[in-house]
Design a protein around this ligand. Structure first.
Ligand code: NDP
Length: 256
């Protein structure tokens, strides 16, 4: 098998949650350029449509469903709509996320905690369960969960985010154990600091922004398209014997 074939996603169908946002868009386009048909799930129709335009330009079949991932009853119908349009889903990327800048547990509103945990953790659990049914019956599939540096660190600023991201790594390992006999691989990607809408507030905090640059051996923030390589690897047959692990894409931020 040539290296090209190893990473070829032609004929595969991928779902990317939050595929209309910063990192999700980078991942969706990366998978599309490797040949996959792509569905993006996100709340905002206009943002979904903008990414669809780019996916069409990549020459792959694509679709979008506008939905709020915290509304659990909407998940199965959205998934069914994708499969009706593109065919059986081979690759699920649980990427959608939000953050509550509460400044600490004692400041965190219960509703914000619930929303962050629901968006990251509950949605990952529920959608993976829906997707895995078909994947396991076909004995093939890839699930990729997006973690964070805060999967490994606690945080005085964003405690619910850190709790959700830590749990996503353990959920990834548990799913990997359970699904491996069915030939479904489950892995995570832990991005470092990337310039997106989510991290835009950091730009307004010069001390923190500078500290991140200084601590990152690469000396810069990441760009969304720099996640595409890890995503294509974990979505392709190149990673068929890789499961339960986390690929860190952080310019070295976590190594010191
Ligand atoms: P963005 O804010 O750019 O994108 C977030 C995406 O999630 C959007 O597409 C948004 O779409 C979607 N989303 C949010 N809430 C919901 C919801 N309730 N239902 C459906 N979709 C939702 O953030 P990033 O691209 O930066 O973040 C993507 C992932 O990467 C997140 O999981 C984040 O935690 C993680 N991450 C980001 C890092 C960074 O430096 N940027 C670092 C480490 C991890 P819409 O608003 O239309 O619903």
């Amino acid at each position: 098998m040539s290296n090209g074939e190893l990473f070829d996603l032609k004929g595969k169908v991928a779902v990317v949650t939050g595929g209309n946002g910063g990192l999700g868009r980078g991942i969706a386009l990366g998978l599309a350029r490797a040949g996959a048909a792509v569905a993006v799930l996100g709340r905002t129709e206009a943002k979904n449509n903008a990414v669809l335009q780019e996916l069409r330009e990549a020459g792959v079949p694509c679709t979008a469903v506008a939905l709020d991932l915290t509304r659990r009853d909407d998940l199965a119908p959205a998934f069914e709509a994708v499969e009706a349009k593109l065919g059986a889903v081979d690759i699920l990327v649980n990427n959608a996320g939000n953050v509550s800048l509460s400044g600490g547990i004692m400041n965190e509103a219960d509703a914000d905690w619930d929303n962050v945990i629901a968006t990251h953790l509950h949605a990952t659990f529920l959608l993976s369960k829906i997707a895995a049914r078909g994947m396991l019956s076909r004995r093939a599939g890839k699930i990729i969960n997006i973690g964070s540096m805060y999967s490994f660190f606690g945080s005085g600023l964003i405690p619910s985010y850190s709790a959700a991201k830590g749990a996503i790594i353990q959920l990834t390992k548990s799913m990997a154990i359970e699904f491996a006999p069915g030939n479904v691989q489950v892995n995570a990607i832990a991005p470092g600091w990337f310039e997106t809408e989510m991290t835009a507030p950091v730009k307004t905090m010069p001390a923190m922004h500078n500290e991140i640059m200084l601590r990152t051996p690469a000396g810069r923030w990441g760009q969304a398209e720099e996640l595409a390589g890890a995503a294509v690897f974990l979505a392709s047959r190149a990673s068929d014997f890789v499961t339960g692990t986390t690929v860190v894409v952080d310019g070295g931020y976590s190594i010191r």
